[in-house]
Design a protein around this ligand. Structure first.
Ligand SMILES: N[C@@H](CCC(=O)N[C@@H](CS)C(=O)NCC(=O)O)C(=O)O
Length: 238
């Protein structure tokens, strides 16, 4: 009898689909590229350190475990996947250079957008005000999306294929929907295109079904706005 060696499948640790923006990045990249992985969802609690530290050295998600290697941080995971799959980054040099810049900018910036418009897929929020720093971030998102589409022809940011830069902006796509952020025509078409992807729909539907309502993440919303619609199934409707 022939025994084939068992190939271990990559394990991706993530948190709640409703809230975890960083988790969405590698999850959607793996899903869009059709790479095999096992999803392990560990819901947020008031203090995540002890729980997340069981698998992640930083006590944060996402965290990828493959054989005996642990890869933490969404950008490091993306680069790890790029070593196995040539489609993670665009093959065209100019597109790849642009994608790396926009991805790095997303990974390291957009503080106001992150702080004020936290990811919460299942609700719709009216913000109390659009502060100057937030407006600056929204304008920059518009600019990046428009530039990518116009320069590389769309419908994705660097052309015809979903790549890492789309994965890094996927949580922003949900944020623009939740907070109804003003998008120019090209950026709006991109937002709609991404929202309609099967992978985004799969994530979104799972987020709506989650029954964990985590007070810390909910309070972040109340600080800056008012919930005008809650589509989550765990919230009882009148
Ligand atoms: N730079 C990290 C950030 C990861 C991060 O902050 N993840 C959040 C969840 S979206 C987390 O695990 N927070 C832990 C906590 O809230 O205690 C990455 O890109 O993966």
């Amino acid at each position: 009898m022939l025994f084939l060696p068992t190939v271990a499948i990559m394990k991706l640790y993530i948190a709640n689909k409703n809230y975890s923006s960083w988790s969405l990045r590698p999850w959607i990249l793996l899903t869009e590229l059709g790479m095999d992985f096992e999803e392990i969802l560990v819901p947020f609690e008031t203090n995540n350190w002890d729980n997340f530290r069981k698998f992640s050295p930083t006590g944060t998600v996402p965290c990828l475990i493959n054989n005996d290697e642990t890869i933490w941080d969404s950008l490091a995971i993306c680069e790890y996947l790029a070593e196995q799959n040539s489609q993670v980054w665009p093959s065209n040099n100019k597109a790849r250079h642009w994608a790396r810049c926009a991805t790095a900018e997303m990974h390291a910036g957009f503080y106001a957008l992150r702080q004020i418009c936290t990811m919460n897929c299942g609700i719709r929020v009216k913000l109390h005000e659009i502060t100057d720093p937030l407006q600056k971030d929204i304008s920059r998102v518009n600019e990046i999306w428009q530039q990518g589409i116009e320069q590389f022809g769309g419908p994705f940011l660097t052309g015809t294929h979903f790549t890492a830069v789309d994965a890094f902006f996927a949580p922003v796509v949900f944020r623009t929907q939740t907070y109804d952020l003003k998008l120019e025509l090209t950026a709006h078409s991109y937002q709609q295109h991404i929202l309609q992807l099967d992978s985004m729909q799969q994530w979104y539907q799972a987020a709506l079904k989650e029954h964990w309502i985590e007070p810390g993440h909910e309070q972040e919303v109340f600080k800056y706005g008012k919930i005008v619609k809650d589509l989550r199934m765990a919230i009882s409707k009148p």
